[in-house]
Design a protein around this ligand. Structure first.
Ligand SMILES: [Zn+2]
Length: 264
């Protein structure tokens, strides 16, 4: 089973797709608001994404960042549906030149084709009186953006939220930068968060604030222990505990160790 769930909230709807459905980070949501889809979904879920985009008359796709679960069908959308795929300026080189993908990512999401995306403007009109604004949100990926719809108090967070208390990190995650991004988006007015993995989070602003506090506290302790001469392993065991199955399955590309390392 691959098409897992339909979501709807006001004028927003979404489909959750994924080859493996056991964890929230092995499935992803493609949202639609007005005639725009937010993100393109992973390559191995193309048939579900295609049906969704076609049946809803989607006329453009707005990408949040280059990761394959978010941008993976971009090339196929351009070729088969012949509608524009827009991405943040910084995502365009990743999408046109490709990027390294570990084996576990290929297995979970499939392998995307390269394509040339159009640059997203800072503001996109979705419908009369409904506009989407880009907010930079690097950390998880250098090119990531969130989409704010100020008229509704909605924030599409891509992978900025996922969970208020992350225990695992990818090698490429930069949590100091992510904390800056969290502070930046929290300055804006919004209530509901649309997370690409968690779904609709009604008290979204509060949950983003909680995540920021969790990271500040965690990394405060990491700093103290590091200055006291503790090893990475000692800090990891004391603050996050033992590694989990995901760490071993991903050869520690996605691990608790990286969560600590991210700020040292
Ligand atoms: Zn991502």
């Amino acid at each position: 089973m691959s098409l897992i769930q339909h979501l709807s909230h006001g004028e927003v709807e979404g489909i959750r797709v994924g080859r493996f459905t056991s964890q929230i980070n092995t499935s992803v949501i493609v949202y639609r608001v007005g005639d725009a889809a937010i993100d393109a979904g992973p390559p191995n879920q193309w048939r579900f994404v295609r049906d969704f985009l076609q049946s809803r008359g989607v006329r453009r796709v707005l990408i949040t960042h280059h990761h394959e679960d978010h941008s993976g069908n971009g090339a196929t959308i351009r070729r088969e549906l012949k509608i524009p795929v827009l991405a943040p300026e910084l995502s365009i080189p990743y999408l046109s030149q490709g990027y390294p993908m570990q084996l576990y990512r290929r297995v979970i999401w499939g392998v995307p084709a390269k394509f040339r995306a159009e640059a997203l403007p800072r503001e996109v009109e979705l419908a009369p009186g409904l506009s989407l604004h880009l907010l930079p949100a690097s950390g998880h990926a250098p090119d990531m953006v969130c989409f704010l719809i100020p008229q509704r108090g909605w924030l599409f967070t891509a992978d900025l939220f996922i969970t208020p208390a992350p225990q695992f990190a990818r090698k490429a995650d930069h949590y100091r930068e992510e904390m800056e991004s969290l502070r930046g988006v929290l300055e804006h007015d919004f209530a509901t968060v649309f997370c690409a993995h968690r779904g609709v989070v009604e008290n979204g602003k509060e949950m983003l604030r909680r995540k920021l506090e969790y990271l500040e506290e965690l990394y405060g302790k990491v700093g103290e222990m590091h200055r006291a001469g503790k090893s990475l392993r000692e800090i990891r065991l004391a603050l996050l505990g033992r590694e989990g199955m995901m760490s071993w399955l991903t050869f520690f590309h996605f691990s608790r160790r990286n969560m600590i390392k991210s700020v040292l």
